[in-house]
Write a protein of this length. Structure first.
Length: 350
């Protein structure tokens, strides 16, 4: 279908795999246009109107469409799906969804998702690929260990130790492994070696990207942040200016307490666990490493962690330290050329 765009103050787009529903509102919020397009026609439609506000839900394909519309001069806002839901009236269908998106995009207090460049999306793709490979390796090792246990051969836990133990078990002709079991385990061992090589390849690619990027190198000066963490931060956070202050990054990652307060009585619960679970996991693992290995004599951060450890459980300290690392990361990203500077516990203690 061919439509001529009307003079709308805001458009809402409900994104589908092949069909896109567009809903236009005027300056007063009244609906003045409804349209439906196939994928190949959606860009042609938005090439015609003057630059205007366009809203869409964060989903697969939204980043690509947002970049294309921004190139045309439009002001594009990507909204998390949970923030659009309250604007859906009555029954749900694609047109009503597009109307709700258009209305939500105009709210002055609405929170939006940052629009990523193509290279950020490429970088973000590498991390779930590596996670899937590592998970597949863990599943394969567990499967091989269970097969060995069925024949009375117990192997130790841990990927590195397991590779040594399985080789010895296959070479040991005096154990109770049958000929068929040895053949199957040898085939699975070959699969494991291929997975290991693929994991090394992806990890090396991520490390090379981190080494070549100036911002990633600055991020890696932060305790607990390595190539994986630095590249994940660049891919997920992108432009730090969309966060007003450092605490907003920790809140965005779900590292701050949930709040359920009323009548002036403040009630804090467990952490919110919002945002990217992958990035939050990396920061918490990094914080755990800092607690174990940081030189307390050279960094005041260790003294702060020790004081916290004296009055609360180590898991709470780990999450609190991860939240502090998130704040440091925002500062490093926000200030050109900034790096993490270690400060002696003696400085400022007098």
């Amino acid at each position: 279908m061919h439509y001529q765009p009307k003079s709308c103050a805001v458009f809402g787009i409900d994104i589908g795999k092949t069909l896109f529903h567009v809903f236009g509102l005027d300056g007063s919020g009244a609906p003045i246009q409804k349209a439906k397009f196939r994928r190949e026609a959606i860009l042609q439609f938005f090439e015609q109107p003057d630059p205007t506000l366009i809203g869409m839900v964060a989903c697969l394909g939204s980043q690509w469409l947002a970049r294309k519309l921004e190139e045309m001069g439009h002001d594009v806002r990507i909204i998390p799906a949970q923030f659009v839901k309250p604007y859906v009236k009555s029954h749900k269908n694609d047109v009503i969804d597009a109307e709700a998106i258009a209305e939500a995009a105009t709210r002055p207090t609405m929170r939006f998702v940052g629009i990523k460049e193509a290279h950020q999306v490429d970088l973000q793709i590498l991390h779930p690929i590596r996670s899937r490979l590592v998970k597949s390796r863990t599943n394969l090792i567990c499967q091989m260990r269970s097969y060995c246990l069925e024949h009375g051969v117990a192997l130790r836990q841990g990927a590195g130790i397991f590779k040594l133990d399985i080789a010895r078990a296959l070479e040991d002709t005096e154990n109770d492994l049958t000929e068929r079991a040895r053949i199957v385990l040898q085939e699975l061992q070959a699969d494991l070696l291929r997975l290991e090589e693929r994991i090394r390849s992806v990890s090396t690619e991520i490390k090379n990207i981190a080494d070549m990027d100036e911002t990633a190198r600055r991020l890696m000066t932060t305790p607990g942040v390595g190539p994986l963490g630095a590249t994940a931060i660049l891919a997920s956070i992108g432009d730090p200016s969309r966060f007003k202050k450092a605490r907003d990054v920790a809140a965005w990652l779900g590292l701050v307490p949930q709040q359920h307060s009323t009548g002036g009585k403040q009630t804090l619960l467990g952490i919110a666990k919002r945002g990217s679970s992958y990035l939050r996991t990396l920061l918490i693992h990094g914080a755990r490493s800092v607690l174990m290995h940081l030189d307390r004599t050279k960094d005041r951060l260790g003294q702060w962690a020790d004081e916290l450890r004296a009055r609360m459980h180590v898991n709470k300290v780990t999450v609190a330290l991860a939240a502090k690392l998130a704040r440091i990361i925002w500062i490093v990203l926000s200030k050109s050329g900034a790096t993490y500077e270690r400060r002696s516990p003696l400085v400022g203690s007098a």
